[in-house]
Ligand binder design. Structure first.
Ligand code: ZN
Length: 202
């Protein structure tokens, strides 16, 4: 079962529009099973409807065997997905240690204003990079790395301050610091080789 329920709903709509009694009986049997089994197809589909604007409508349609308009359902799914970023927009990554807000502010590909437009994946995923570079680029962008800002959550000293930069000033060792300001020679070396992967910053 995927989180969106898109595939299951497509199958359900096909069954609703078909003339096959056998298919209808299969769907009805699954509907009857739903109150007792969270693993059945209907229960999973009902779960996927949660948080959609047309949730009540979809639940009713499923329970009564009426087809759901895929176009409307798809638009609803996109709206729910965009809701993740709407929440993240309210958080400033420099003020709160929040992975989602950090990704949204600094790395995410902005959605098109037109909800019908397909979503783009980050362009570096199309490049012919080694597995190692691809993995580490993704880790860096997703704050699944060991920079101080992340490591502070599980290290004893709990400090986010960069311990590689000389001088009195204290800098939070986060992604922006690593990409633009850090003076550590290893970071400078990485920046020289891989800055092209972070074009909005350079
Ligand atoms: Zn530094």
């Amino acid at each position: 079962m995927n989180r969106t329920g898109f595939g299951q709903l497509s199958s359900f709509s096909i069954v609703c529009l078909s003339n096959s009694d056998t298919l209808r009986r299969v769907v009805q049997a699954d509907l009857n099973l739903q109150p007792r089994s969270s693993a059945c197809w209907t229960a999973q589909l009902l779960s996927a409807f949660q948080g959609l604007r047309g949730c009540e409508l979809y639940v009713r349609a499923l329970q009564t065997g009426h087809a759901i308009t895929m176009q409307k359902f798809t638009a609803d799914l996109k709206h729910r997905m965009r809701g993740v970023w709407r929440d993240a927009e309210l958080v400033a990554p420099n003020m709160q240690n929040n992975k989602l807000a950090t990704y949204h502010s600094w790395f995410a590909i902005p959605f098109s204003r037109n909800e019908r437009m397909p979503n783009n994946v980050p362009w570096y995923l199309h490049l012919n990079l080694s597995k190692h570079v691809m993995r580490n680029t993704s880790r860096f962008r997703l704050r699944a790395h060991t920079l101080k800002v992340e490591a502070a959550a599980w290290l004893e000293d709990g400090s986010c301050v960069c311990d590689q930069c000389p001088g009195e000033d204290e800098h939070v060792q986060n992604e922006v610091h690593a990409l633009l300001f850090c003076q550590d020679h290893r970071v400078c070396e990485l920046r020289k080789h891989f800055s092209f992967l972070f074009t909005p910053f350079f």
